[in-house]
Design a protein around this ligand. Structure first.
Ligand SMILES: C[S@@+](CC[C@H](N)C(=O)[O-])C[C@H]1O[C@@H](n2cnc3c(N)ncnc32)[C@H](O)[C@@H]1O
Length: 369
């Protein structure tokens, strides 16, 4: 977007505003090189500009349609930059008055950028820094709402076509970063794009959070009474998240499950096939399973072969597939578009893919069958 186009959009939404021609993206600090590579390829019109860990901006060098969509797996949220404000009051004063009474109230998203590198921090440290960041975001949101009267909609949840002001928090002494976007299916409904999940004590693994985030983001209609099959299920974080939703699970993994799952195995809600995915036959699987998941630490091309075999066995009842792709080496990145295309052929429509807040060197792709 050129500065002129951005000014036009922000004029419409916020009133006259000196908008710069920048796009912002929220992503994991560890994924920043991948994000930059990806955008160089998919959006040659964008040039990497200013960044802080977790927050990346790109200057638009050409005129882009106002309905512009960022085509990215690594950016979990994005919008148009508005600049910085040092305090909540300055933020509020910076926002121009809306035009007339008939202006639809806009939504307010306040979220914290990912300050730490997921691949270097222990799970418990990640959870406590997230909890603190979320608390601060809620406090800043409340303060802005108090200072602005009814300028913003009291509910942050946008519908398609709603305008949203994004406020991104960094360190305590850092100015607030402001941006905005028009809500569409390409954007998450929550501040920061994806609701971060934290694991309850006793969750067998961090995969509990990965699955909670994947289900919230994808809005897959996974319901109580459904049945799921997971390839690479040990020690059982995702299985625990599914059981919690009342979903019965058959897990495939040669490794041991966490002892927390024993009672579910005894009640018949969880079945562990203690073997590699290649050794599974149709008779080992439940008669009807609606969901297939794969979190095996295999190269994505290899994992996809097992997914394809097992998906075939689960038809015609299968409704969707959740595939965690491991990005263990840089070569996977260039193979990604091809793998995602093949994965998409297992379902209808293109698969959706994203790097979630709890991911490490991985992304998730989802397809409806
Ligand atoms: C990241 S862990 C899975 C975590 C698990 N989803 C959870 O919720 O706790 C990866 C797992 O893939 C399993 N795995 C690797 N190759 C496999 C194969 N060919 N078939 C089944 N599981 C496999 C490993 O044994 C390992 O337990």
């Amino acid at each position: 977007l050129t500065p002129a186009a951005l000014s036009t959009i922000s004029d419409l939404v916020f009133g006259p505003f000196d908008a710069p021609g920048f796009i912002f993206a929220l992503a994991q600090p560890a994924a920043a090189p991948w994000l930059k590579e990806e955008l160089k390829e998919r959006h040659p019109e964008l040039r990497f500009a200013f960044s802080r860990p977790g927050l990346y901006t790109f200057k638009a060098t050409t005129l882009i349609d106002p309905e512009f969509q960022l085509n990215s797996v690594f950016a979990r949220h994005w919008g148009f930059s508005l600049g910085a404000a040092a305090t909540t009051r300055e933020l509020v004063e910076t926002l121009p008055k809306p035009h007339g009474d008939d202006t639809e109230r806009i939504r307010l998203f306040v979220s914290a950028r990912d300050a730490t590198d997921n691949t270097e921090v222990a799970n418990s440290a990640l959870d406590s820094s997230r909890a603190l960041a979320d608390k601060r975001a809620a406090a800043v949101r409340a303060e802005v709402l108090t200072l602005t009267g009814d300028r913003f909609h009291p509910s942050p949840t946008p519908a398609t076509g709603d305008w949203v002001l994004d406020v991104i928090l960094g360190g305590e002494d850092e100015p607030y970063f402001m941006g905005y976007h028009k809500h569409s299916a390409a954007h998450g409904r929550v501040p920061g794009g994806v609701q971060r999940a934290s694991a309850p004590s006793g969750a067998p693994s961090r995969a509990y959070c990965k699955l909670q985030e994947a289900l919230a983001w994808s809005e897959l209609p996974v319901r109580e009474g459904d049945c799921a099959v997971e390839i690479g299920c040990a020690p059982g974080g995702a299985v625990a998240a599914l059981l919690e939703r009342g979903v019965k699970v058959t897990g495939i993994d040669p490794a041991d499950m966490a002892p927390e799952l024993e009672e579910h195995a005894a009640s018949g809600n969880f079945v562990h096939l203690k073997c590699a995915a290649g050794a599974v036959s149709r008779s080992d699987l439940p008669r009807r399973a609606q969901w297939l998941l794969c979190d095996a630490n295999l190269a994505p091309q290899v994992a996809l072969r097992y997914i394809t075999q097992i998906a075939k066995m689960l038809r015609p009842h299968l409704r969707g597939i959740v595939f965690t792709l491991k990005l263990n080496d840089e070569s996977v990145l260039s193979a990604l578009p091809g793998v995602l295309e093949s994965f998409g052929r297992l379902g209808k429509g293109s698969p959706r893919a994203i790097q979630l807040p709890s991911h490490r060197r991985e992304i998730v792709a989802v397809v409806l069958v």
